[in-house]
Ligand binder design. Sequence first.
Ligand code: ZN
Length: 193
Amino acid sequence: MHQQEVKQLFEKNKALLSGHFKLSSGLHSDTYFQSALILQYPQEAEKLGAEIASLVQAANIQIDTVISPALGGLIIGQEVARSLKTRALFTERIDGKVMLRRGFKVEKDERILVVEDVITTGLSTREVIALIQSQGAKVAAVASLVDRSAGKVDFGVPKFSLLTLEVKSYKEESCPMCQSGSSAIKPGSRKER
Ligand SMILES: [Zn+2]
């Protein structure tokens, strides 16, 4: 599946929108990605998960277990694990701290694939990596549906992404779209519906 096909699939499902958006971070952006709008279709989610799995397999990287941060990475992580025939665990954020709960355990030297829906700054992914390493397991690679950092984020392990985008975001006071008179919409907000 080429980047262009992935992009078209996202656009068809309105998961990838172009316009003038106010992100949850408060920044304004010309692109908005809502992975839930594509992952709501299990057949599409399964297909995308298989695509990610095949990238990892093509690189000859052995994976024992997939770990994804909830909620965003949960569905795609499950589908990647289905394709790789591994377990699918998820981390949760409790009082600001990323944790493995529900009795999930990783073994020493277990080879982990971290699966995200979107990588923007990579900060949350780094927290998941630190957690896995603190348990003695090994992060073999990181994969995501979308890399919004234009591939710039580096985790020190191989990284795979179905779609790499360079997304521009601006502070409100320096947003060129605001300056040209348009107003930002908050995607997924009540108002928009
Ligand atoms: Zn703006």
